[in-house]
Design a protein around this ligand. Structure first.
Ligand SMILES: Cc1cc2nc3c(=O)[nH]c(=O)nc-3n(C[C@H](O)[C@H](O)[C@H](O)COP(=O)(O)O)c2cc1C
Length: 464
């Protein structure tokens, strides 16, 4: 059997994610639903019916406040606000599913590693190994101020912190508790063998953690490590740590460039590049006929919010409003550097479908749903385009965006998935086991031997 598509639903525990203005659509259940457990329970059941591998929860820790140097446009249009904690949804969604996994975004810039490691161990226990952590370094100035900083930490230093953060986390997950530490020996009056539980005594540049880890080892020990962020430093980080990388990019060629670079760098860390799965965006509008799909696109477009799209671009650190004052015929270029997300800045320059655009052309892109990034068509046309993207870009799968929820996901599951299954491109049944076993190979739920975190397990075994 050939390679099969890994599919995640791209989500957020919020009234709006990448669907700028679509909260106004009468069939969108998201705005009222996101704070209701039944909404998420039904979504979990739906995704498992569609054999989705995971629901991928994005998350932010502040309000997009770069555009017009204000929080107002984001608040008015509900851009990732209100926004609740995604991790707290997992238990309920896991309780009604058996195979669907959960990738939760947590920033290494603001939350302490000890508590985070405990949170993921707890979720890995409760889901029986269906948890992934999307490691991000964040980009919002407001988030920095929410966590006591006046300014954001510099871009590359955020990744240095993330590197050490992961080392602390690996020590807690991989090194602190030996296998078999929980003995439950009634005769010896011992629940846990103290000789098999170790402090980690981490003392680094950014963190000091004594340990031991408070949770006993879970099915996967370390959750599946996801990463998103395609700057040079981000790719270096991904090559060392990530098992799945979520890359952006407008064309199969650009995505392949990022994927190849990450896989090449992974070899330098002694890793088998096959142990890194590359996931890219997928945006689909499907209906029974091409005409209906085109009509749907136009209908969605009529709800579009330019302001929310511009505010979201603030993730790059650039205020797009400043370009409105410029000569619209000038070539579009950044004249300064920012400490924001490089992946976002690149969407208008080196990752743009058309290179060397004018300021006017770039601004115009915010005015409507970007047709060039959407696959719009009948089920066969959509399946053809997905197959093309999958084969040309060398990715392993997709994070599926959706604008009207749950309708867009229902249409995708009912109309497109059966065709992909028929073509052998998509599973008909789930593989059994933990998320790591489903993604890689049956029989090993913990990290593979070539992953840098394994050195912490070795320290433990060699010291005995
Ligand atoms: C496809 C994609 C999705 C991302 N999702 C999030 C997210 O949900 N929350 C977040 O704080 N950062 C997210 N990021 C950005 C990361 O925070 C990243 O660590 C940071 O912005 C730096 O990105 P860079 O390496 O491209 O500069 C995402 C990045 C990409 C490419």
């Amino acid at each position: 059997m050939g390679k099969q598509i890994i599919l995640n639903a791209f989500e957020m525990n919020s009234s709006m994610h990448n669907s700028h203005g679509l909260w106004k659509h009468p069939e969108n259940k998201r705005q009222r639903g996101y704070k209701d457990l039944d909404y998420w329970i039904n979504l979990a059941k739906l995704l498992e019916k569609g054999k989705f591998d995971a629901v991928f929860f994005a998350d932010v820790l502040g309000i997009y406040d770069v555009y017009r140097n204000s929080k107002e446009p984001s608040i008015r249009d509900g851009l990732s606000v209100p926004s609740n904690d995604p991790a707290l949804l997992v238990s309920a969604m896991a309780s009604v599913t058996e195979n669907l996994a959960f990738a939760i975004t947590v920033s290494t810039t603001y939350e302490a590693p000890f508590g985070n490691a405990r949170r993921f161990s707890t979720l890995d226990h409760l889901t029986k190994g269906r948890i992934a952590w999307n490691v991000v370094t964040s980009y919002l100035p407001n988030a920095a101020r929410n966590f006591g900083l006046q300014d954001m930490i510099k871009h590359d230093e955020r990744y240095d912190i993330a590197d050490e953060y992961l080392d602390v986390s690996y020590k807690l997950w991989e090194q602190s508790w030996e296998d078999g530490a929980v003995v439950e020996n009634v005769e010896q009056n011992t629940l846990i063998d103290p000789d098999k539980v170790h402090e980690v005594n981490h003392e680094g540049t950014y963190f000091k953690v004594e340990g031991p880890h408070l949770s006993e080892p879970s099915v996967q020990r370390t959750p599946v490590i996801y990463q998103a962020g395609t700057s040079e430093r981000g790719r270096e980080f991904a090559a060392k740590h990530a098992e799945c990388v979520f890359v952006g990019g407008p064309t199969p060629e650009r995505i392949r460039y990022y994927a190849d670079d990450i896989r090449k760098q992974a070899k330098k860390h002694g890793r088998n590049p096959e142990n890194i799965k590359i996931i890219s965006f997928l945006s689909v509008i499907v209906a029974e006929t091409t005409e209906q799909a085109e009509q749907k696109f136009e209908e969605y477009n009529s709800y579009w919010s330019t302001d929310a799209a511009k505010a979201q671009f603030g993730a790059s650190g650039y205020d797009i409003a400043e370009f409105e004052e410029q000569d619209q015929n000038e070539p579009f270029e950044y004249k300064t550097k920012t400490e924001g997300g490089h992946y976002k800045a690149a969407t208008l320059t080196k990752d743009a479908p058309k290179q060397q655009q004018t300021v006017g052309e770039v601004l115009n892109r915010f005015e409507s749903l970007d047709r060039s990034s959407y696959i719009v068509g009948n089920p066969q046309q959509v399946a053809d385009a997905i197959q093309y993207q999958f084969e040309q870009s060398g990715v392993d799968g997709f994070n599926l965006n959706h604008l009207v929820t749950p309708g867009d996901l229902e249409d995708f599951i009912n109309l497109v998935i059966p065709i992909l299954q028929e073509r052998g491109l998509y599973k008909k049944e789930y593989q059994q086991g933990s998320l790591r076993e489903k993604l890689f190979a049956k029989g090993n739920s913990t990290l593979p031997d070539d992953h840098p975190a394994r050195k912490f397990r070795k320290v433990l075994h060699e010291s005995k």
